[in-house]
Design a binder for this molecule. Structure first.
Ligand code: B1M
Length: 208
């Protein structure tokens, strides 16, 4: 039986091969992707975040934990996508300019794909102009922006502004640890989601 506590521990240690091995075993046993994510991967990253906050570990440890999480997440992605049927709509999703955090954004991408949306992943450090270019190319119903740093949150407002100036009518959703509903209201975003599952519900409501 795959041990999700051991998976969380593998993430905290940045042990990529154990993380991949346990995730594979959990999938082979038919465990739900959401359970693997919540109890294993996110559970592990929560511990990493807490230790970093308490100065018990430093950036290199956080980075290797993130790398282990990314490798395991890559195994989950096809399983999540399988659940989807006809594309329910198109989203362009990215981490905003100046910000390199992509674990949360990648989760939102995976869950939206799993829910049957076509997702164009703009990656990290996405300039407002890049969001605009991708929107012109892909005509998404939704543009989603993720920010993990208080210093990069203003890039969300800039992006919404540049779309207004270009006359492109797209709905915006935003998220990330420092982001709030109040901030979404302030900058004129159409919605805020505190986590990846809520982001899917939000997108479904907005495209309905
Ligand atoms: Co960074 N970092 N980091 N970091 N890092 C934080 C965010 C921080 C809170 C840590 C701390 O000080 N306690 C702090 C930010 C403080 C602030 O501004 N409020 C911080 C800092 C300061 C920094 C640096 C400046 C450190 C330095 O260099 N001195 C630097 C900045 C680099 C840059 O971006 N330019 C930096 C670097 C890094 C690493 C590279 C080492 C690494 C990132 C690796 C990677 O992403 N590939 C890293 C990490 C891992 C973290 C923490 C520990 C974990 C973030 C994470 O992945 N969480 C983080 C501490 C923390 O959050 N407590 C921290 C797990 C993830 C699943 O959660 O991303 O919140 P999250 O996503 C959630 C929701 O927020 C939501 O759904 C997700 C899943 O449910 N969500 C959305 C996210 N995006 C969404 C979009 C949506 C909807 C929902 O719609 C579009």
């Amino acid at each position: 039986m795959a041990d999700l506590k051991a998976l969380a521990e593998a993430i905290t240690k940045g042990d990529q091969s154990s993380a991949v091995e346990i995730t594979n075993a959990a999938l082979a046993e038919g465990l739900e992707v959401k359970t693997i994510l919540d109890e294993g991967l996110i559970g592990g990253m929560d511990i990493v975040a807490e230790r970093w906050k308490n100065n018990e570990i430093y950036i290199p440890e956080v980075l290797i934990a993130a790398r282990a999480m990314k490798s395991a997440m890559e195994l989950l992605e096809p399983e999540m996508a399988k659940a989807g049927l006809e594309p329910q709509g198109t989203c362009v999703l990215g981490t905003v300019q100046g910000d390199l955090h992509d674990i949360g954004k990648n989760l939102v991408v995976m869950m939206l794909k799993g829910a049957g949306f076509e997702v164009v992943d703009a990656g990290v450090d996405t300039a407002p102009e890049k969001f605009l270019e991708l929107a012109k190319q892909n005509s998404p119903q939704i543009v989603g922006m993720s920010s993990l740093l208080t210093t990069t949150m203003p890039a969300m407002e800039k992006t919404i502004q540049i779309f207004k100036e270009a006359g492109i009518d797209t709905k915006f959703i935003i998220g990330g640890a420092p982001v709030t509903q109040g901030y979404a209201d302030k900058i004129g975003a159409d919605g805020y989601a505190p986590d990846a599952a809520s982001a899917v519900d939000l997108v479904k409501n907005l495209v309905a």
